[in-house]
Design a binder for this molecule. Sequence first.
Ligand code: BGP
Length: 470
Amino acid sequence: MERADDGIKDVQYRFPKDFWLGGASSATQIEGAAREGGKGLNIWDYWFEKEPHRFYDGVGPDTTSDFYHRYREDIKLMKELGHNSFRFSISWSRLIPGGIGEVNPEAVDFYNRVIDELLANGIEPFANLYHFDMPLEMQQLGGWESRKVVEAYARYARICFEKFGDRVKKWFTHNEPIVPVEGGYLYDFHYPNIVDFRRAVQVAYHTIVAHAKAVKAFREANIKDGKIGIILNLTPSYPRSEHPADRQAAHIADLLFNRSFLDPAVKGEYPQDLIDLLKAHGFLPVTQEGDLELIREHTIDWLGVNYYQPRRVKAKETLPNPYAPFMPERFFDNYEMPGRKMNPYRGWEIYEKGIYDILINLRDNYGNIECFISENGMGVQNEERFIKDGIIQDDYRIDFIKEHLKWVHKALSEGCNVKGYHLWAFMDCWSWTNAYKNRYGFVSVDLKTQKRTPKKSAYWFKAFAENGGF
Ligand code: BGP
């Protein structure tokens, strides 16, 4: 592959030799073949069929980026672009149609081929078990509200370790488990579009029980050199000011959105403040005997950190409407900081130092657990307008990556246990209800032809990998 001018002259920010560099993905967002290869339906296939108008430009998950058929070509490109690792997710509804029952041999064959191809190209597979994609029948059974689904997931996890654990050593139980809680049970951007705080709490709690059961199954599988973790979108909560009411607002947002998963996964227990808060408002989840021991005894080996944007909050300006559904915003108002830098396409603030604050927090308050940046990235609309000489000149993405990496570098130099950086995403992919509106990839995907073309950022990243820094 030709090397475009990468602009890296002298290395100022040097990274460790074995730093994991690559891209992330998820099954529903790249595989396509939603009704092929014996795959069962998941909630996205179903929701799109029912309400296509909820998806940008009416584009659903049926084709996406066709990784199912083009994985060989894509993996070859990863290698050419200097990546040493790749995160994908296994589709539960592909591997076990319906979520429970027979294992689909075509799916086993597909994931085996993907894993073998990655290894043959010197790319370490990072496998995630659950990325927002509940099998439809499991949702009909109650989704994460149901203990039966928790058990079915634990069985699915065990099957994955058995089938693929001989070659995949790096595992995750969930990606951003707070997001299906927010999307599906609070803010109406995932199926089943329920708005109900009590059910949201139950879903979050059962997700952690399911996670702990998967960790247990992993320990029992005894995978040589294997590690298991969870991927969390740790969104730092910044108060508007040092006023105690603003600080309290930020503390509660942190408890609800970050520590509700971070603490049980890393420390094996829930923060007392969170328990007190839920108790005070009558929202403690239904638990079963043995849950707390299970969670306590099955903490993780390592952590994936997804970081896109900070959360800024302030004390509430008004009393809440007593008739409105109970929402996390009962405890804080969102705060728009004057002068903030925005990604206007996604509507997310860009605040690079957030990545450093997360890593320092992990160092100081979570035993400096081994971690890596499992997602960071910038979705941009209409990127074709930046094409010059056949390549999307995404200098904005290069700047975005660099500015975040500078803070990761500083964290490293201050003793943080951060082992790598994956961009969201390796290639343009289907962004849930946003479909293909914003593009995130190092590699652009032409949806009509499925042609892949690396963007300028892909060459920059390759030079970064080759030079060991920038
Ligand atoms: C994360 C998810 C990814 C990905 C990314 C970008 O929350 O783990 O699946 O989609 O965000 O967000 P979006 O696609 O909504 O723009």
